[in-house]
Write a protein that binds this ligand. Structure first.
Ligand SMILES: *[C@@H]1O[C@H](CO)[C@@H](O)[C@H](O)[C@H]1NC(C)=O
Ligand SMILES: *[C@@H]1O[C@H](CO)[C@@H](O)[C@H](O)[C@H]1NC(C)=O
Ligand SMILES: *[C@@H]1O[C@H](CO)[C@@H](O)[C@H](O)[C@H]1NC(C)=O
Length: 369
């Protein structure tokens, strides 16, 4: 009997200490005299992560609007016990992103280059490894290099046009979001990974399955997000794999295959893999370190994470808006036709750069408020 009461008191003490610790952590901003939003529960300003309804992006936006309304230059919120700083004043933001950038070069996302190599991509890295990777990658992301990939993107348009034409012939309705997703997958596969995906024709295309899997919210993602937002310090110690071992092997093997094939067969394609091969050649010539296969895979992987859902959704919303705004649709169509005519009917990089109204339409689609 006494054992139970000892255990009970012990757990009560532990719980009190824990609650006290959380409460104390959640007084950080008042101790620093920074304007803040009062925590609504023990979770701080976020919802109970096991019963999320709104998501942390919504909460960040609400906090931003609240600070903006109060007219304060900055503010603080709490993700559970973790105080999070939120600059509001554009001058402050400019300082962080420009003048004092060397102190702010981490995004704060957990990653582990050894145990979870695909999580160590440019977006997640911080500190020196971020800087080194950034410097090595800079020659890859010039507008000139993007221009050389243009025709690779263009080639992915053919299957899309074919797909739409087939649907038209049989009067079938067209799922725009699906079409745009398939097109985006083709572009990413082609440009970032150097593989032809055939998403439109092949319902079982492996690369397509992989792309959809990355953007799906799985229980693993939930645990990961929980660690990321609620217990980042614990997340640093117990790293939750961001990428399944199966997916990691799939990506690394695929990229290894592409690189080997390029090296042996002397095929040259205008894509991301080609740029890595060039970097490798240059590094060898200068006796410098080049990227490892895991590092290359991570940098390619991030195109799926950052480029798939975002691009597909933007194009879907754009087409949705055009469907509801006939006048704008006509005006845009006229501009496209006009400029294509100047380029003898060819879609070119320079031609698209001249499509000012198209740029407006894209910007308007991305505008949030
Ligand atoms: C498709 O629909 C249009 C208009 O409703 C109709 O004129 C045409 O005959 C249809 N074509 C086929 C193949 O069903
Ligand atoms: C347009 O494309 C065709 C076929 O690809 C090519 O022969 C022609 O030179 C191009 N015209 C211009 C102006 O680039
Ligand atoms: C669209 O937005 C981009 C990025 O903010 C900007 O550089 C560009 O000038 C905008 N285009 C137009 C036509 O306003």
């Amino acid at each position: 009997m006494w054992l139970i009461s000892v255990l009970l008191s012990l757990s009560l003490i532990l719980i009190s200490v824990f609650v006290f610790y959380v409460k104390w952590s959640q007084s950080y901003w008042s101790r620093k005299r920074v304007p803040h939003i009062k925590p609504t529960s023990l979770w701080g300003n976020i919802e109970n992560p096991f019963k999320q309804k709104l998501g942390v992006k919504h909460i960040a936006k609400e906090a931003y609007l609240e600070f903006k309304k109060r007219g304060v230059p900055h503010g603080g919120i709490y993700l559970f016990a973790e105080p999070v700083y939120m600059p509001i004043n554009p001058e402050l933001i400019k300082n962080i992103l420009a003048k004092d950038f060397s102190y702010f070069n981490g995004h704060g996302f957990p990653h582990d280059a050894k145990k979870d190599p695909l999580s160590a991509h440019l977006f997640n890295l911080d500190g020196d490894s971020w800087r080194n990777t950034r410097v090595k990658l800079t020659p890859v992301f010039t507008s000139g290099k993007m221009k050389t990939m243009f025709n690779t993107v263009l080639d992915c348009g053919e299957p899309l046009i074919q797909y739409i034409n087939d649907k038209l012939k049989t009067n079938e309705s067209l799922n725009i979001h699906e079409s745009m997703s398939l097109f985006t997958i083709d572009v990413i596969g082609s440009c970032a990974f150097g593989v032809e995906c055939n998403s439109f024709k092949d319902p079982d295309a492996e690369f397509k399955k992989f792309g959809y899997q990355v953007t799906k919210v799985s229980p693993r993602n939930k645990v990961y997000n929980f660690m990321k937002f609620v217990a980042p310090s614990v997340g640093k110690i117990i790293h939750v794999r961001r990428v399944t071992l199966e997916m990691e092997n799939f990506v690394i093997n695929m990229i290894q295959g592409v690189l080997d094939y390029r090296k042996s067969g002397k095929v040259v394609r205008n894509d991301f893999m080609q740029l890595f091969l060039e970097l490798e050649r240059k590094a060898k010539a200068n006796n410098e370190d080049s990227f490892t296969i895991e590092e290359i895979a991570a940098q390619a992987y991030v195109f799926i994470v950052g480029g798939f859902e975002t691009s597909a959704t933007t194009m879907t919303f754009l087409l949705h808006e055009l469907a509801y705004n006939q006048e704008i649709q006509d005006k845009l169509r006229n501009e496209v036709r006009e400029i294509l005519k100047q380029y003898n009917g060819n879609i070119t990089y320079d031609g698209i750069m001249e499509m000012k109204y198209l740029d407006h339409v894209v910007n308007e689609t991305l505008r949030t408020k």
